[in-house]
Ligand binder design. Structure first.
Ligand SMILES: Nc1nc2c(c(=O)[nH]1)N[C@@H](CN(C=O)c1ccc(C(=O)N[C@@H](CCC(=O)O)C(=O)O)cc1)CN2
Length: 305
């Protein structure tokens, strides 16, 4: 079998188009422009790229983008002061603090200072609790993107066996909650799971979010299963040659071994071009949802769960 490749880039483009339509509806209907504030602390090069891409996508969707780039040595007090200011700003409907934060800052403290109704990352403890109890919440962007793609592949997810590999607060745990909400039978596997291969072999849906390059080989995959690869790992690619400074060029790979898994799976997301682009599209969708909720405006269908 050769798997259907789930094109996350195309999926994200469609979703961003829907978001842009909803932005127009909000502007015309209410005279309100959804606004997203992104806070970046420090010099992490990948985070700088993600924040730049978020700004571009926000503006392209017709929303207001407020970027706050703070120095690496920003104090907790300074950061909390900015969060208070954004919480109180009526033009800001969504607030996101780019992770990881520098080590001297306590990310739990910072995230829990965000007004939960503006927490478009869905990481605030109130949103975590609401999601865990099946109530309306802000849903973390990466798991939301995975779920939207899974719903497109399957007519119904009900009763399917889903294995989520990884138990992070950002992806693994919320992903498991979302799948449970779809009436899947959910297993969360992790570094201590016994006989991981056998656990994965029982899965109709595999979501890999461990951060280990190509960890899942094709012979772990049940024929026809759907494989969602959340991993974004940069590895050396000597086949691409050297950079001008003499270092080896690199390439991105996921947590699953794409070639061998694609031979067995029914559908699979690539890396790059799978889950990653959906993360930013879902951030825009969450900002529109937050803006609608803040203004008592009907929420668009299909942008939230
Ligand atoms: N506050 C948050 N911080 C972080 C999150 C998050 O959801 N909220 N997620 C990641 C980073 N991230 C967004 O912030 C993100 C990662 C990757 C992509 C993406 O589109 N990846 C591309 C490849 C990009 C490349 O070439 O390097 C792909 O997979 O095709 C988007 C967003 C950690 N921090």
């Amino acid at each position: 079998m050769t798997a259907r490749i789930i094109d996350g880039k195309a999926f994200a483009e469609t979703l961003r188009g829907r978001v842009a339509q909803e932005v127009t509806r909000l502007k015309d209907g209410l005279g309100v422009t959804p606004g997203l504030a992104v806070v970046l602390v420090g010099d992490d090069p990948a985070s700088h790229v993600y924040v730049r891409n978020k700004h571009k996508a926000t503006v392209e969707a017709g929303m207001q983008s407020f970027e706050h780039r703070l120095a690496e040595d920003t104090t907790e007090q300074e950061l909390m002061g900015l969060i208070d200011q954004l919480n109180a700003d009526p033009e800001v409907h969504g607030i996101l603090v780019q992770l990881p934060l520098p080590d001297h800052l306590d990310s739990d403290l910072v995230i829990n200072a965000i007004d939960p109704s503006k927490d478009v990352d869905g990481f605030h403890i109130s949103n975590v609790g609401l999601l865990g109890t099946g109530q309306k919440s802000m849903v973390p962007c990466t798991p939301l993107g995975c779920l939207l793609m899974l719903r497109d592949v399957h007519d119904s997810l009900s009763g399917l066996n889903a294995v989520v590999i990884g138990r992070s607060n950002i992806v693994g745990k919320p992903m498991a909650q979302l799948l449970l909400g779809e009436s899947c039978t959910v297993t969360i596997a992790h570094s201590r799971t016994k006989d991981l291969a056998e656990v994965v072999r029982g899965a109709d849906i595999v979501v890999a979010a461990v951060g280990r390059p190509k960890m899942v080989p094709g012979d772990w995959i049940k024929p026809g299963a759907t494989v969602i690869d959340v991993g974004i790992n940069r590895i050396d690619a000597p086949e691409k040659g050297l950079r001008e400074d003499g270092t080896v060029k690199t390439r991105l790979v996921g947590d699953v071994d794409f070639d061998s898994c694609a031979e067995v799976a029914g559908a699979i997301t690539p890396v790059p071009g799978g889950v990653g682009p959906m993360t930013i599209a879902c951030l825009l969708a969450n900002t529109v949802t937050a803006c609608c909720r803040a203004n008592g405006f009907p929420e668009p269908e299909g942008l939230a769960v």
